[in-house]
Design a protein around this ligand. Structure first.
Ligand SMILES: [Zn+2]
Length: 278
């Protein structure tokens, strides 16, 4: 059994890859599966666990158009897989580019490259813009769309029992990774997204990040504050006192500091080009 219950009717499965969390929500006729996972054998195992407990997947959802959130496994069945309109449109454009397969394969860390099934990658149905909730027969799942980490990124609030699945926001192991390609003001976009999540913090009992560990209600504001401090430090070209990229960090030691450096350099080039400080 790989599934772990984090709240009534809400279970997660954590991948060996980058502490990625897949979320299963029990509905009346089957389950909603959010960001299914990364490695083929893990998704197959998840499919087994679901069928052993008599469950089928009746809907899927991808929080954003990055490869590790767009995967699917044939054994999970052919339920509609949703995302925001911008998420689906972005995935569609990338998949229509010649050579996308090789390009994604090039993004995969070499140690897992052969284990990630790409044939069903990104086959997402976009929900109309401003759709408030995922259309399915189960607990209400509110879509909190924002521009910060990726185009059309959505956090999801399972309203009862108060579980926030934050996608690639509010991680305890990953620093904020800004969308530096698709946006005019990545810093302000990120801060606006944090304010949006802060607006629902009072409704959250359990926080599940796309990568990292589960937190309780107190973790929502703590992680928002931590991420905001990091983004402010990026904006001010300061050195963040952020433990996730500090000397005591245990996760991603060999690559996360590089992500931080590249974000700093990109923002410095951008402000030079725009002729604006910060
Ligand atoms: Zn991502």
């Amino acid at each position: 059994m790989v599934l772990r219950q984090v709240a009534e009717g809400v279970l997660i499965h954590q991948s060996e890859f980058c502490q990625s969390n897949a979320v299963v929500v029990h509905g009346r006729a089957g389950v909603l599966l959010i960001d299914p996972g990364v490695l083929g054998h893990e998704m197959a195992c998840l499919a087994n666990d679901l069928s052993d407990s008599g469950q089928t997947v009746v809907a899927g959802f991808s929080t954003h158009p990055h490869w590790d959130h767009l995967l699917w496994h044939a054994r999970l069945g052919s339920a509609p897989r949703y995302g925001t309109a911008r998420c689906a449109a972005t995935a569609r454009v990338r998949l229509s580019e010649p050579g996308w397969n090789a390009r994604i394969a090039g993004l995969l860390p070499p140690d897992i490259a052969g284990q990630v099934p790409l044939d069903l990658l990104g086959l997402i149905t976009g929900l109309p813009a401003e759709t408030a909730r995922i259309p399915w027969d189960g607990p209400q799942v509110r879509i909190i769309e924002h521009q910060a980490h990726a185009p059309g990124h959505a956090a999801l609030l399972i309203e009862e029992p108060g579980v926030l699945f934050a996608g690639d926001m509010l991680s305890d192991v990953l620093i904020p990774m800004l969308d530096l390609n698709d946006t005019a003001d990545p810093i302000e976009d990120y801060l606006a997204a944090l304010r949006l999540l802060e607006g629902v913090a009072g409704d959250v009992d359990v926080l599940v990040p796309g990568h990292g560990s589960i937190g309780g209600a107190d973790q929502v504001r703590a992680r928002i504050d931590q991420d905001r401090a990091y983004v402010h430090a990026l904006r001010d070209a300061g050195v963040p006192g952020d433990l996730r990229v500090g000397p005591s960090a245990t996760f991603g030691k060999d690559w996360l500091p590089g992500v931080h450096e590249r974000q700093l350099q990109h923002l410095a080039r951008r402000s030079e080009r725009d002729g604006t400080p910060g």
